[in-house]
Design a binder for this molecule. Sequence first.
Ligand code: GDG
Length: 516
Amino acid sequence: MTSPVRTRTKPDNSPRNWNALTVSECFRKLFGTQKLLVATHREPVIYQPPQNESPKRKDQPKLRYPAGGVSQSLHRLLLQTGGDWISLQNSPGPPTLSISLPGFPATYILYRLSPRDPALEEGYQRFSNDLLWPLFHEEPGRVGARPGDFKGYEAVNRLFAEHIFRVVKNHGNGVLWIHDYQLSLVAKELRPLVSSPLPPIAFFWHIPWPRQEFLVHLPERRALLEGLLDYDFLGFQTALYRERFLESVEREFGEDPRISVFADCVVKGNRRIHVGDYPIGVDPGRFESLSLDQKGQDEARSLLCELGIAPEEVLLISVDRMDYTKGFLKRLQILESLFLANPGRVGKIRLLQIAPLTRSGHPTYQSYQKKVREAVSNFNERWKTGTWFPVVSVERTVEHRILAPLYRMAAGALVTSTNDGMNLVAKEYLAAQKDEGGTLFLSRYTGAAQGLKEAVLIDPFDPATSAAIIDRYLAEPASIRKGRNKILREQISRNNIFLWMGSILTGIREAETKGN
Ligand code: GDG
């Protein structure tokens, strides 16, 4: 058994200021005229069929863009570089779409897959969302997969692989970049289909890698790890997750003489799999300018007015899909402690909770979402005074052009995840604080907290202490809050989404030249 060399991969402190253009230039420099192929579980667009089909006037179909920082950034990258994108089809329309946008030089093709066998697709969804998602967020109590679901997971990963094979055969591609826990077996399914050398296959794991005592609950952990070792490049959000992954490989394959584990790679036979940490970021410039945009600010104020929130109220904001990992109930416990310890804050501080529904066809989510609604309603009942009540919940997507000014207007953001790969909302909130002193209250269980050392950390499992922290930091002088934000904003500006993409593309090239 080879003992891993526990040195950390060096953080990229390069002064180069990455932006969309430098990433696409970097791609060109590294991969010439070759193309990028991205595969994700969900697609980056929502197709809206034409409304009016009358013979006189034929509407064009519309494309809308779903919430989500990553898919929209990758979408913008492909509009610079050109390429292909493969996802399961989530909205109506044809199986292939050609995507372009005014102001962007390239077009990319979106291939929209529909598994033929509903039973296999259900198995895939259950294995992903009822087993991998709860276990990797260290919530074994929420596991609800059934025996045999793994077959569906393999089948849908194979479907992706078969499609990628066809695309690569017809078009050729420079890099294959596959995303997240739903697609860990694509490389394993792809390799047997291809006899000629494949382009490098990279994979990014967006969610946490759990502690070993949680991973052991996964009967298919060996198959999952073997699948991941069929990629050439593996990226994790933080050094901690990377180290845990390497430890899992070592534990599972320690006796296998073909496999050796090192600090930044795993060697398997004659293949070297690069393993690194690449903390994902946001596009801070975009959030900053959206937050300052006059029209967006007006729309944000109208929304507040519609919700019955007066402009002078002290606001806390939270923005999360309504998922149990985001700690909705813990957040209420924190507010409860805040009001109990500081009755003077009742009637003076409100939480605006933007909580778009997610996976709402799913029984676990239905019951969690029902519980959250009931808890919010009971909480409001308990603490209301006159027409005022403390939590305003919006269960729909609010567009970024309105969200960014709301971030700016809020005195604080509450991120209460009990486990979170990174948490982009924390970084978006900071990006919207130019010259402002809004305080980010960041759960210590997020990947973001592992990087943003100056942030004010809270612990959702300790509501009383978290409430005391919130009370204290809201009362800090503005100059101190602004000073802290300056440091945090510099960090998120440097470690932005483009640095993330650029470092991964460079890493893929290096991993390729180091020789497989
Ligand atoms: C996974 C990992 C990791 C949310 N509501 C609205 C809206 N959003 C956007 C936010 C943000 C994104 O969705 C959410 O990102 P998070 O990072 O908070 O969380 P997950 O969805 O769980 O994402 C996570 C991430 O992947 C990236 O690797 O950080 O740990 O779980 O960009 O702005 N956007 C709009 N309206 C909304 O109502 N427009």
